[in-house]
Design a protein around this ligand. Structure first.
Ligand SMILES: *[C@@H]1O[C@H](CO)[C@@H](O)[C@H](O)[C@H]1NC(C)=O
Ligand SMILES: *[C@@H]1O[C@H](CO)[C@@H](O)[C@H](O)[C@H]1NC(C)=O
Length: 398
């Protein structure tokens, strides 16, 4: 009895000093939070669907008039990151499209939209839009005649969905800007691309060839974004390989090898609970009664007054209707609309001109033998010679 009260006393004494220590630490943390999260940058990620018309539209890339969309292999996205210096300093936007390429007309329209929303914050000097060079997306969104011959002209639906998606992905990245760090790494990625004309490469002088270890650029550069609080929130990488793992007879909309890689990586991040707080929000715990309060983004930075107003507004109960106590559909809809950060991973295109993803080489489809090395022909004809690589169609990410 005596021993236990003594113990209790000791625990209490210990506990009290702990509480003081914790309070002190909390105080320090609160005051120092600006110093502790003193990342020199704000980073924000965003992504938005740009799949486009999935039927009867010519596809961009192979210039094959007979290749028209007839379904979806997996959906296309616009993925954006923004890096900004705090205090309205410099900022830059990079957008990666699951599309063959961006276009001047798309750029002009996107910049118009950004100007209407943000004034001069985003403009032609700090917004870059790039495409992954998939040959399996809807075409007709470029303004140059040569690119819209096989699509028999401009396709408004293709164009609008790309412009809308880019705008929305940038808006999301803008709304997600938070203090964070940026890491860069580089490394060789072998077995993911081969020279598409190895015989042509051999025509380069031996002296020049001796400067390089491989006959194509194998280097991947990756930029990783780490939120000060939520940990990794995204990564963008650049690697040179053509987006032609889907063949010229494919008619399903697809992000091809880079779009698929992005999907695999985003799925991986989600499965591993990244970013940290979305793991919480997306835990599919619809049983919990807590609903996120939806806050309009029209007022960009809530100050005390707007915060009070929002509190007041959200305190009003609905005046009619009936409460669907047993349904969790509404909860789920709200849950997906919650503007919580998600991991955004983009596989961007780089100097892919001479790089093919058909790493197994070129074969004659009639004989299964390698094509003629110097001429890429089968019995003197090139129609039967096809490159072979990973079987994209068997790895549908849905
Ligand atoms: C909520 O949705 C899940 C998944 O569809 C279902 O299994 C569950 O029965 C639903 N719960 C209620 C309370 O309706
Ligand atoms: C390809 O062409 C080069 C140069 O003309 C020649 O030396 C080489 O033997 C040819 N290779 C094959 C496999 O035909």
């Amino acid at each position: 009895m005596e021993a236990s009260s003594c113990l209790r006393y000791q625990v209490c004494g210990f506990g009290l000093s702990w509480i003081w220590l914790c309070l002190l630490l909390l105080h320090l943390l609160q005051n120092c939070s600006l110093v502790l999260s003193d990342s020199p940058y704000l980073v924000g990620m965003g992504s938005y669907d740009i799949t486009g018309p999935a039927a009867d539209v010519n596809m961009m890339g192979y210039a094959n008039a007979e290749q028209v969309t007839s379904g979806i292999h997996f959906r296309l996205k616009s993925r954006a990151f923004i890096v900004a210096e705090p205090d309205d300093g410099k900022r830059a936007v990079f957008v990666n499209l699951d599309a063959c390429m961006a276009s001047q007309l798309v750029n002009i329209k996107v910049l118009d939209r950004l100007k209407a929303r943000y004034g001069d914050l985003y403009n032609e000097n700090n917004v870059a839009i790039s495409g992954i060079h998939t040959h399996a997306g809807p075409g007709g969104y470029l303004q140059y005649v040569v690119y819209i011959i096989t699509s028999l002209g401009f396709v408004r639906q293709s164009f609008d969905v790309i412009v809308d998606g880019i705008e929305q992905s940038i808006v999301e990245a803008h709304n997600n800007l938070r203090p964070g760090k940026i890491y860069v790494n580089k490394g060789d990625l072998l077995d993911a691309g081969v020279n598409r004309s190895p015989s042509g490469y051999l025509n380069n002088p031996a002296e020049e060839r001796s400067k390089y270890r491989y006959n194509v650029d194998k280097e991947m550069t990756l930029v990783k974004f780490v939120d000060d609080e939520f940990g990794p929130v995204g990564s963008f990488n650049w690697f040179a390989t053509h987006g032609t793992s889907m063949s010229r007879t494919n008619s399903l909309i697809s992000g091809d090898n880079k779009g698929a890689a992005a999907r695999f990586m985003e799925d991986w991040a989600e499965q591993n609970g990244l970013p940290k707080h979305t793991a919480h929000a997306n835990s599919n715990d619809f049983g919990s009664l807590h609903l996120p309060r939806r806050v309009s983004t029209i007022i960009p930075e809530p100050d005390e007054i707007t915060d009070d107003l929002m509190q007041l507004a959200s305190s009003y109960k609905a005046s009619g209707g009936r409460i669907l106590a047993s349904s969790n559909i509404t909860r789920r809809i709200r849950n997906t609309q919650e503007n919580s950060a998600k991991f955004v991973s983009a596989f961007c295109q780089s100097n892919c001109g001479d790089v093919s993803p058909n790493v197994l080489g070129a074969f004659c489809i009639d004989t299964n033998l390698p094509c003629d090395f110097n001429h890429s022909t089968c019995n003197g004809k090139n129609e039967l010679c096809y490159g072979r690589g990973i079987l994209m169609n068997s790895k549908v990410p849905a």
